[in-house]
Write a protein that binds this ligand. Structure first.
Ligand SMILES: Cc1cc2nc3c(=O)[nH]c(=O)nc-3n(C[C@H](O)[C@H](O)[C@H](O)COP(=O)(O)OP(=O)(O)OC[C@H]3O[C@@H](n4cnc5c(N)ncnc54)[C@H](O)[C@@H]3O)c2cc1C
Length: 457
């Protein structure tokens, strides 16, 4: 009989286990991961071409340090020396508009020249500080928020495509309180986004980089955590059901093996946790099943630099759904993370699965053919890639729709004592959010196991 079983060895489950190592003296735990590797979406793969080795991240490739959880974890693990700093993400970002690539107007010059906005749209955007501020705690969609503050043109022409691209979703459904709480905080704090941005710029920032990645790819962080854990660690161990026992829970693996524990932390997506809780907590399972998940995939494609047109210099291209393209965005890894490349080569990362969800189910050759066709049309890129790495997650990208946090509150209230949920389906999708949730769940499980052993005495 263990104290705690953690299901799912992505960054959330690993952070939960790390927290138990830090504060759970004498606590016995197991971490069970379905796949043959730790890290879930934090995965990296090498590409070989012409005698050189390149590195591609499949999921996250930038961790923001404004949310302190990742940086704190990096320090605890002694990984500071392994950190690399990605280049600025705000330069040379384009959006596809009516089939044409247009720069997103982030500088005053571009703002005046951009064909994306009418003069009316420009004036509306500049009138942002004059709009009344919302100061309550209620949720709204990203589309409502942006329209309210910056106007409908800004939403439709570039802010919507950027936010929709980041969250692989329709901004009209996406919860602002989950996806961009910082924008609501800024509105509350200064009455306007512009005023808050100016105020924040004048404040001294904490030392250290704003965004980070690692020499060995994103996978380095989860692998480092796994190497430091001392509990029972099992790869290739998919959990198939969980059921209550007299003293806690039995966690059954697909192989039929059972582990018993007083508490269970489910660090799996809500659609997986819904299945696992069917017997133990049917009402929670129904509510969990209401959280939608989208398909998502990325392809890292390596080219010779000369294969791409020299102009315009593109660091990122966002593609709104209305453009009816098979791909959702393109970023240029070799510019964002130059240490990942060699002179004369361009490493692209193409996002897919939002506009055309079935792409994640295609065979490699058919998928590459479709992506290649889109890159040819959009960027004039005719050459075949020298090497590629494909990553796909079917129903793997959680969608936090308006009212999401209330739904999560209701799910948590419905759980039997001793079951805890954490991860990207619940209270924020970014890696720091997942780390925070994993650590919080571990603390809650520890508290409950302490109070049980107290009352047993
Ligand atoms: C393309 C892409 C780009 C992203 N970019 C960024 C970014 O730049 N910055 C950022 O902060 N975030 C980014 N994110 C989001 C972030 O990567 C994820 O939200 C986060 O990694 C999720 O971690 P997790 O541990 O909660 O879930 P996952 O990584 O999904 O891990 C869940 C684990 O549970 C395992 N599992 C599933 N079923 C079972 C079972 N039955 N039994 C046992 N184990 C099971 C899975 O195999 C998996 O390893 C990105 C995500 C994607 C897809």
């Amino acid at each position: 009989m263990l104290d705690i079983v953690i299901v799912g060895g992505g960054i959330t489950g690993l952070a939960a286990a790390w927290q138990l190592e830090q504060t759970g003296e004498g606590v016995s735990y197991a971490l069970l991961e379905a796949s043959p590797r730790w890290g879930g979406k934090m995965s990296s793969q090498t590409l070989q071409a012409e005698g050189k080795t390149f590195l591609a991240d499949g999921g996250p490739d930038t961790l923001v340090t404004r949310k302190p959880e990742t940086w704190q974890l990096v320090n605890e693990l002694g990984l500071q020396e392994r950190v690399i700093v990605p280049a600025s993400e705000t330069k040379n970002i384009y959006v596809l508009d009516n089939g044409k690539i247009q720069p997103i107007p982030l500088s005053p010059g571009l703002f005046l020249r951009t064909p994306l906005l009418t003069w009316r749209g420009r004036l509306r955007l500049l009138a942002e500080p004059l709009q009344p501020a919302r100061r309550d705690e209620g949720d709204e969609s990203l589309a409502e928020f942006v329209t309210r503050r910056l106007g409908s043109e800004a939403l439709e022409k570039f802010i919507g495509p950027v936010l929709g691209g980041i969250y692989n979703t329709d901004p009209a459904r996406q919860s602002t309180l989950v996806s961009s709480p910082v924008m609501r905080e800024m509105e509350k704090e200064a009455g306007s986004l512009f005023a808050a941005a100016l105020g924040r710029m004048s404040k001294r920032r904490a030392p250290g980089p704003r965004f980070i990645n690692f020499e060995g790819g994103m996978e380095e962080l989860p692998q480092k955590i796994a190497s430091r854990l001392t509990g029972t660690l099992r790869l290739n161990a998919p959990v198939s059901r969980i059921f209550p026992t007299r003293t806690g829970f039995a966690v059954e693996l697909a192989s039929g093996e059972r582990l018993e524990a007083a508490s269970v932390i489910l660090a799996t997506l809500a659609n997986v946790s819904a299945n696992l809780l069917q017997e133990t907590a049917p009402q929670s399972a129904t509510l969990l099943g209401q959280i939608a998940h989208q398909n998502i995939g990325t392809a890292s494609l390596l080219y010779r630099e000369s294969d791409l047109p020299a102009k315009p210099v593109i660091n990122g291209l966002m593609i709104p759904r209305r453009e009816k393209q098979p791909i959702d965005a393109v970023t240029v890894t070799s510019r964002k993370l130059p240490s990942r490349s060699y002179p004369g080569y361009t490493l692209l990362r193409v996002f897919f699965g939002g506009a055309q969800p079935t792409l994640v189910e295609e065979e490699d050759a058919a998928l590459l053919h479709t992506l290649q066709g889109a890159l040819n049309r959009l960027l004039g890129l005719r050459a075949q890639p020298l090497a590629s790495a494909l990553f796909r997650w079917k129903q793997g990208f959680p969608q936090a729709e308006v009212g999401h946090l209330e739904r999560v509150d209701a799910i948590e209230a419905s759980l039997p004592p001793g079951v805890y949920l954490a991860g990207s389906s619940y209270r924020g999708i970014a890696v720091p959010d997942c780390i925070r949730q994993g650590r919080d769940a571990a603390q809650k499980a520890l508290r409950s196991s302490k109070s049980r052993s107290h009352s047993a005495r």
